[in-house]
Design a protein around this ligand. Structure first.
Ligand code: CTP
Length: 481
C-alpha cells in the first residue's frame, strides 16, 4: 500500500531515521516498523513526533534496543519484559532539544498484521516500515482519520484491555473527530462496568488527556450515554435525581454538562489570549490546566445531592455543597490517583466556585484584595468556571439582565487580576524575624497572623514604610516581656 503523502514527507524530513538506519544492519531494518501514535500524528501534522513507537517482526526487540542504546550512548529502560517491550532514551546533541523516547517491542506473533489486529482503534493501527517503503492500514485508519471517525478494532480488544473504552473518547477529543462508530459505542455500553479492572494511574492519564482537549463536551455527553462517565465517577449518578428549580432550567446532570459546553463554546473562545495561554500550562505530556479546569467544572456541584433540601417556601437549597463537594472531589481524585497537586486544584475550584458571586466593582478594596490573595494563581480558573456556571443556570427566576450583569462583574474581576498580581511582587515591609524582635515574641502562628495583617495593609496602601508597619504593630499587638 502507498504511503500517504504527509507521512512520506514526515519520514523524508526526519533527521533521526537515517541515523537509526545507519546503526542497524539492513536485515534488522527490514523487520522494523513505526506504529501507532507516531504514524497517526505524522499523518495529521506532517511531522514525526518526539516519541516513536516501533515494533520488530524479527523477535529481537531487546537485542536491537541494546545495540541502539550502546551506539547512541543512551539509556535503556525495560518496560515489559514478557512482551519484549523496552525504551531507549536518546538524548539529542542539540542543546535544549528534548530526548527521543523510542519504545521498541516484538510485534505480536512476529507479524505486523497480527500486531495491528491487537490494537485499540483503526487510527492507531497503522504501520510504516523504517525505510518508508511499506505502509500498512488494514482497518482504514487513514480514511477514519481524514473523516474524523473513531472506530474500535474489535470487542475482544476492549475486553482484553478495558482502558481502551476510555481511549475511544480521549482520541475522539484529541483528534477533533466528528463521530464514534456505532459498533464501538455499543461495545463501550456493554463493557463500561469493566473500566476499573485496569490500574487507576492508567485511567487517570487518559481521563486528564481527554479533559485537556479544547472540545470535550460532545464526548463527555457520549460517555454519559454509554454509561462510561458514571462507571468512571459513580458519584455523578445522584446528580440525575436533582431536578430543575427556579435558578436551574436543567436537572443537575445536564447542568453539569452544560457548564462544560458553555466553558468551551462561549467562555474560553471569548476570553483574553492571556487566559487562554494560562490554560495551556502543562502538568504532564498532554495534560494541561484546561484539563484540571474542565474536571473542576464536572465536579463543581458534586456536593449538591448530599445537601439537597426543599425549604418550606418551596425553594431548593444546597447549603454547604461547596465544602461537601471539595471533600468528595479529593476522594474521587484519590481513587483516580491523580496526585496531590491536581487533586488540590480541582477541589479548590469546587470549594470556591461561588466566591466570585460575592463581588461588585463597588465591593470594599479589602474584601477584593482578600479574594485575589485567597484565589492566588487559580484566580482566572475560578472566574472562568464561575462565568460558565452563570451561563448554564437559566431558571425562570434568572433574567438576561442578571446574567449579563454578573458576567460583567466576573470579567471586571479578571481584568483587575494582573494589577493585583503585580502588587504582590512588591517585597513585604517586614519579615517574620523583624516582627519577633520587635514584639519580643517567639516563633509561631501569631507571627504569621501579624505578617498577614501587615502585608494586607501594605497592599491596601495603608502602610508604606517599615517604620509605619512597626508603629502599627506596636499599637495593635501587645508584646510579651
Ligand atoms: N495501544 C493500544 N491499547 C492501549 C494503549 C496503546 O492498542 N491501551 C496501542 C495503540 O496502537 C497506540 C500505541 O499502542 O497508538 C501507543 O500507545 P500510547 O503511547 O498510549 O498512545 P499514542 O497512540 O502514542 O498516543 P499519545 O502519544 O497521545 O499517548
Amino acid at each position: 500500500m502507498d504511503c500517504p503523502q504527509p507521512l512520506a514527507n514526515a519520514l523524508k524530513q526526519d533527521t533521526r531515521l537515517p541515523q537509526l538506519r545507519q546503526l542497524l544492519d539492513d536485515d534488522a531494518c527490514q523487520h522494523i516498523y513505526i506504529v501507532g501514535g507516531a504514524v497517526r500524528d505524522a499523518i495529521t501534522t506532517g511531522q514525526l513526533p518526539a516519541d516513536l513507537d516501533m515494533v520488530t517482526t524479527a523477535g529481537n526487540a531487546m537485542a536491537l534496543a541494546q545495540t541502539l542504546a550502546k551506539q547512541l550512548n543512551s539509556t535503556l529502560v525495560p518496560l515489559h519484559e514478557e512482551l519484549g517491550m523496552v525504551r531507549v532514551v536518546w538524548h539529542s546533541h542539540v542543546k535544549d532539544e528534548p530526548p527521543t523516547y523510542i519504545d521498541l517491542s516484538d510485534a505480536v506473533g512476529n507479524s505486523i498484521s497480527e500486531d495491528l489486529v491487537r490494537r485499540d482503534l483503526s487510527i492507531n493501527a497503522m504501520a510504516v516500515s523504517l525505510n518508508g517503503e511499506q505502509f500498512f492500514d488494514p482497518y482504514d485508519g487513514l480514511s477514519d482519520l481524514t473523516t474524523g471517525v473513531i472506530r474500535g478494532i474489535s470487542k475482544t480488544n476492549f475486553v482484553e484491555d478495558p482502558l481502551r473504552l476510555l481511549r475511544v473518547f480521549r482520541f475522539a477529543a484529541t483528534t477533533d473527530a466528528t463521530n464514534i462508530h456505532p459498533d464501538t459505542l455499543a461495545w463501550v455500553a456493554e463493557l463500561n462496568h469493566t473500566l476499573w479492572n485496569v490500574a487507576a494511574e492508567r485511567i487517570q492519564t487518559e481521563w486528564l488527556k481527554l479533559l485537556s482537549a479544547s472540545n470535550t463536551y460532545p464526548w463527555l455527553c457520549a460517555m454519559g450515554q454509554c454509561g462510561l462517565l458514571e462507571a468512571l465517577i459513580p458519584e455523578l449518578t445522584a446528580t440525575k435525581a436533582i431536578p430543575p428549580n427556579s435558578h436551574h432550567h436543567l436537572d443537575l446532570w445536564h447542568h453539569t454538562l452544560e457548564l462544560v459546553k458553555q466553558l468551551e463554546a462561549t467562555v474560553l473562545p471569548s476570553t483574553a489570549p492571556e487566559w487562554q495561554q494560562h490554560l495551556t500550562q502543562p502538568f504532564a505530556p498532554g495534560i494541561t490546566k484546561k484539563g484540571v479546569l474542565t474536571f473542576g467544572c464536572l465536579m463543581h456541584d458534586i456536593g449538591k445531592p448530599a445537601t439537597h433540601e426543599i425549604l418550606e417556601t418551596g425553594r431548593h437549597a444546597f447549603h454547604g455543597h461547596d465544602k461537601v463537594g471539595d471533600e468528595m472531589t479529593i476522594a474521587i481524585c484519590k481513587r483516580l490517583k491523580t496526585g496531590n497537586t491536581i487533586a488540590k486544584q480541582v477541589a479548590f475550584l469546587v470549594r470556591w466556585h461561588l466566591y466570585p458571586c460575592a463581588f461588585t466593582p463597588q465591593s470594599a478594596q479589602k474584601s477584593l484584595l482578600r479574594f485575589y490573595r485567597r484565589m492566588g494563581d487559580l484566580t482566572p480558573d475560578v472566574l472562568l468556571l464561575a462565568m460558565a456556571d452563570r451561563l448554564s443556570t437559566r431558571g425562570p427566576d434568572i433574567t438576561d439582565a442578571m446574567v449579563s450583569e454578573q458576567l460583567d462583574q466576573f470579567n471586571w474581576l479578571l481584568t483587575q487580576y494582573p494589577a493585583m498580581r503585580e502588587k504582590e511582587q512588591v517585597p513585604p515591609l517586614l519579615s517574620g524575624t523583624d516582627i519577633m524582635q520587635l514584639l519580643n515574641l517567639p516563633q509561631g502562628r501569631h507571627i504569621g497572623d501579624c505578617l498577614k495583617q501587615v502585608r494586607e495593609k501594605q497592599l491596601l496602601g495603608e502602610l508604606t514604610t517599615a517604620d509605619d508597619a512597626k508603629q502599627w504593630l506596636q499599637q495593635h499587638v501587645s508584646p510579651t516581656v
